[in-house]
Design a protein around this ligand. Structure first.
Ligand SMILES: *Cc1c(COP(=O)(O)O)cnc(C)c1O
Length: 427
């Protein structure tokens, strides 16, 4: 028995499903996940001595690859002075100053420890500031696992076909209206149906990465901005995944649409647990202790996490790598398109900055309904063919893939020739 298989058995005995986050468990693709013991650059290594080119990058955070010397150095330096104080520190101010300088519309920012906390807090703030309760989200978008967002959600909720979640009170779920992504008409219809003045917020992944990678159609984000302006609704861009990935300033920069509040996670922590939400001063001032909306965290702004996050963002600003990541993504997806076509397999792929994705489908995917039409059998065949040959992709057709600056020409050439073998031999 391999060591990973042995660990799965031990894990399943003491941790529900053997994992601390559902999609890691490989339930939707079958088989057991490899247990990872080390990462270096573009590669990860499992406890059985296998190595993989990693296109998951810890689900997005590791834009500079694994074990980057500068990020590691920053963490080690911070560690010398202690791990946590629960008191204000200089690095929080420096990092907040850096971020408010580069994130569109973010005049003030507050740090938390995960993306879930960021979106949950942003929604509370929007409700507190407007005095309204309803929220619009979009099918297949994932905003973390707070109660209000587990309605037609993406990521693991999509992977396992769960419509909502037991444990979320109906009285709360009723306040969340989930609509088809890219459909402004359905937003207008819902505002009309329920009364626009009852909506606190519209929250959207401005580039959707939790139903596979789905781009906003031209005019969609602009249209949401306009409707929010007209009706005094808070527009929240959930940039937990797209932030620092599709442009340094996220989708707000890339598509020149500025939200009222934005949420961040993943890349912002450089591989340590960090989330953040920010926006206009006027809105952020509703937060305690300035205002009445309560939000707090024992480990928020933790010095190790701040050091990793700040080092990661500084590196990103230094080497201006987003366009390079996009070129890398294009190289890989061009190869996917080419080899799939040679085998007579339908595929559509998308690249946006340091994110990329593909659906085994004949048509461009614009919504979660489209994503669900894609060919799952071909996905499974590709996924397992890749894994056994040393390419690590997300274990679900409803997840985006990620590039790091370490996925250089040599690494990609290796990945591309492996992809050629998958389509030649397994399809
Ligand atoms: C990952 C993700 C979250 C949740 O972040 P966690 O750190 O896992 O809590 C929220 N929104 C989006 C868009 C995400 O991709």
């Amino acid at each position: 028995m391999s060591k990973s298989t042995e660990l799965v058995k031990r894990a399943e005995f003491v941790i529900p499903g053997g994992v601390n986050s559902p999609v890691r468990a490989y339930r939707s693709v079958g088989g057991n996940p490899p247990f990872i013991c080390r990462g270096e650059g573009a590669r990860i290594f499992d406890v059985d001595g296998n190595s993989y080119i990693d296109f998951v990058c810890s689900w997005g955070p590791l834009i500079h690859g694994h074990n980057h010397p500068k990020i590691k150095g920053a963490i080690v330096r911070a560690l010398e002075d202690g791990t946590s104080f629960g008191a204000p520190t200089e690095i929080e101010v420096e990092f907040a100053e850096l971020l408010t300088g580069i994130l569109p519309g973010v005049e003030m920012i507050r740090f938390v420890s995960s993306g879930t906390e960021a979106t949950m807090s942003a929604l509370r703030l929007a409700r507190g500031a407007t005095g309204r309760d309803r929220v619009i989200k979009f099918d297949g978008c994932y905003h973390g696992h707070a109660d209000s967002f587990l309605v037609q959600a993406g990521s693991g909720v999509a992977t396992f076909g769960i419509a909502g979640s037991p444990g979320v009170p109906n009285s709360l779920a009723e306040l969340t209206i989930s609509l088809p992504y890219n459909s402004l008409e359905s937003v207008e219809a819902s505002l009309g149906e329920f009364g626009a003045e009852t909506f606190a917020a519209i929250i959207v992944e401005p580039v959707a990465g939790n139903m596979g990678l789905v781009l906003p159609e031209a005019g969609f984000l602009e249209g949401l901005r306009k409707l929010c302006d007209i009706h005094g609704i808070v527009l929240i861009f959930d940039e937990v995944m797209s932030g620092f990935r599709v442009a340094v300033g996220g989708a707000a920069e890339r598509f020149s649409v500025t939200p009222d509040l934005a949420t961040y996670g993943k890349v912002i922590g450089g591989g340590l647990p960090v989330g953040a939400f920010g926006g206009k001063k006027e809105l952020m001032s509703f937060l305690a202790p300035m205002g009445p909306v309560y939000q707090a965290g024992t480990l928020s702004g933790n010095p190790l996490a701040m050091a990793a996050g700040k080092a990661s963002i500084e590196l990103l600003l230094e080497d201006k790598s987003i366009t390079r990541l996009e070129t890398q993504g294009r190289l890989l997806t061009d190869a996917l398109n080419k080899f799939a076509a040679e085998s007579g397999i339908e595929i559509v792929s998308t690249v946006c900055g340091g994110m990329f994705g593909f659906f085994f489908s004949g048509d461009r995917v614009k919504s979660f309904a489209d994503a669900k039409e894609s060919n799952q059998e071909n996905f499974l065949r590709f996924f397992h063919g890749a894994l056994k040959r040393g390419l690590y992709f997300p274990p679900s057709a409803y997840e985006a893939c990620f590039m790091s600056s370490c996925h250089d020409k040599l690494v990609l050439e290796e990945a591309i020739s492996t992809i050629a073998s998958i389509f030649r031999e397994d399809f």
